[in-house]
Write a protein that binds this ligand. Structure first.
Ligand code: AHM
Ligand code: MG
Length: 335
């Protein structure tokens, strides 16, 4: 039974309290991320007004530079986490390399590494389509000082927490700290996230697939055969499937998490490793989906087991309902 008045902060603190020896730093860090996303949410909601109010060009009415939303989101997350003092390195899809943070900024032991995609699906902003922020948290390996590249390049299975915020018809934050997946909806009037989903589980089998089918001609035979299979009539296996593709990973993933579904961004003739990023997109969503009883693979292997060799590494991503991903794997393994 959910207590409807449970706020995100209270939930995070109660979750961490159950871990022996926990210091509360992870709770604080998740709180910092939530705060940054509230700021971003406010700005996302104002995005459409920029043209109407004549705020285009280089300066807004206060004489401040009007920043592109993805740059704004990146800076907001970086600044809030730097001041928060719990991270020793920040890795962003918008930065060329990781941003090391010195202990000088912190009264705490700044023991975490955070990877984030500040504004995923940003090409959708002008069309008022849902976009999102994705984050992933690791413990540092080094003992002290600013984080190192080795701290930043850890396997996905080492994540201690991950989540996303979707800026849609409402703003929703979904996170896991390794004990289930929980979702919270922002009440914009008071600026609080309230629990809306406790222990989310993704349906084991679905009737929906999400893929950019315009790439069909560039796919492998196995991938083409799988999508053809989903479109054939077969009552027993629930085919044909419906197709749903927003083109914002967070939005497609969130819908599939709630209703069941399989999302695919495979390798193709042009993009040998697919399009999506292992550290900023695939790993955090893979951690979430596994916690929710689903599966995430690159076609053959589990996403969380992939050895990362660079921060911006790409990977094919097949993610969603457990049984659907297993069926896709059978097709893709034949390639
Ligand atoms: P981005 O991080 O530059 O926004 O790109 C990632 C986005 C995902 O949100 C989405 O799933 C995918 O790119 C869509 O790609 P495509 O337009 O090729 O279908
Ligand atoms: Mg992205």
């Amino acid at each position: 039974m959910i207590n409807r008045l449970t706020t995100l902060n209270r939930h995070i603190i109660e979750e961490e309290r159950r871990i022996p020896g926990a210091t509360g730093q992870l709770s604080d860090l998740l709180g910092d991320i939530a705060l940054a996303c509230k700021v971003v949410s406010l700005e996302v909601n104002k995005a459409g007004l920029i043209d109407i109010l004549g705020l285009t060009g280089d300066e807004n009415v206060q004489g401040e530079e009007v920043k592109k939303l993805d740059v704004y989101a990146n800076e907001t997350l970086k600044n809030i986490m730097r001041i928060g003092g719990h991270a020793c390195a920040l890795c962003s899809e918008e930065e060329e390399t990781f941003v090391p943070i010195d202990e000088v900024y912190s009264d705490y032991s700044h023991k975490y590494i955070v990877h984030f995609d500040p504004l995923d699906g940003s090409s959708n902003i002008d069309a008022n389509i849902s976009i999102g922020t994705i984050f992933s948290i690791y413990k540092r390996l080094s003992i002290s000082g600013p984080g190192t590249i080795e701290d930043c390049l850890q396997h996905g299975y080492k994540q201690v927490a991950a989540g996303y915020v979707v800026y849609g018809s409402s703003t929703i934050m979904v996170y896991t700290a390794g004990r289930g997946v929980h979702g919270f909806t922002l009440d914009p009037a008071i600026g609080e996230f309230f629990i809306s989903y406790n222990n989310l589980m993704i349906p084991k089998k679905s009737k929906t697939y999400s893929v950019n089918e315009g790439n069909y001609a560039k796919w492998s035979k196995g991938m083409q055969n799988y999508i053809d299979y989903l479109k054939q009539f077969d009552k027993e296996t629930g085919r044909p499937y419906s197709s749903r593709y927003v083109g914002s990973l967070v939005a497609d993933f969130h819908r599939n998490l709630l209703y069941g579904g399989i999302f695919l961004y495979p390798a193709d003739g042009k993009n040998k490793n697919g399009k999506l990023r292992l550290m900023y997109e695939a790993n955090p969503l893979a951690f979430l989906v596994e916690q929710a009883g689903g599966l995430a693979i690159d076609g053959k292997n589990r996403i969380l087991d992939i050895h990362p060799s660079s921060l911006h590494q790409r990977t094919p991503l097949i993610i969603g309902s457990y049984e659907d991903v297993l069926i896709a794997k059978k097709f893709l393994e034949k390639d």
